[in-house]
Design a protein around this ligand. Structure first.
Ligand code: THU
Length: 127
């Protein structure tokens, strides 16, 4: 595991601990690494109007884009579940707006899974 992957994992775990998830009690942390190795992290933020919940991945992405970063090389995901998770379909489509492809690493506990945006979303919506 490279040092940037380790750093992104650490920041995703730190973000996960800040998740606001009183309804699902399912905490997620995401770190998005830019081409220049800056890291933007996010957690899921739920709402009592459930559909207004925002996933950790989109929080991280929107933080990055709002800071002027649009080129990414890696997404690292952590959750407090004992099952590996992958980004939901909505997050994949939003990530696809900025990334042709993106390496994705998923951690649960010490287990690591490697996949990519192209593998999870081979056919994206385009205008
Ligand atoms: N969630 C994420 O943050 N990312 C995902 O990839 C899947 C689901 C959140 C949304 C909600 O707060 C909780 O997990 C349960 O669905």
């Amino acid at each position: 595991m490279s040092s940037i992957e380790e750093k992104a994992r650490h920041e995703a775990q730190t973000a996960m601990r800040k998740a606001y998830a009183p309804y699902s009690e399912f905490r997620v942390g995401a770190s998005l690494v830019t081409e220049s190795d800056d890291i933007f992290s996010g957690c899921n933020i739920e709402n009592c109007s459930y559909g207004l919940t925002v996933c950790a991945e989109r929080v991280a992405l929107f933080k990055a884009v709002s800071e002027g970063c649009r080129k990414f090389k890696l997404l690292v995901l952590t959750s407090d579940s004992d099952k590996a998770i992958v980004p939901c379909g909505a997050c994949l489509q939003v990530l696809a707006e900025f990334c042709d492809d993106l390496k994705i690493i998923v951690y649960n506990g010490d287990m690591i899974g490697r996949t990519s945006l192209a593998e999870l979303l081979p056919h994206r919506f385009r205008l």
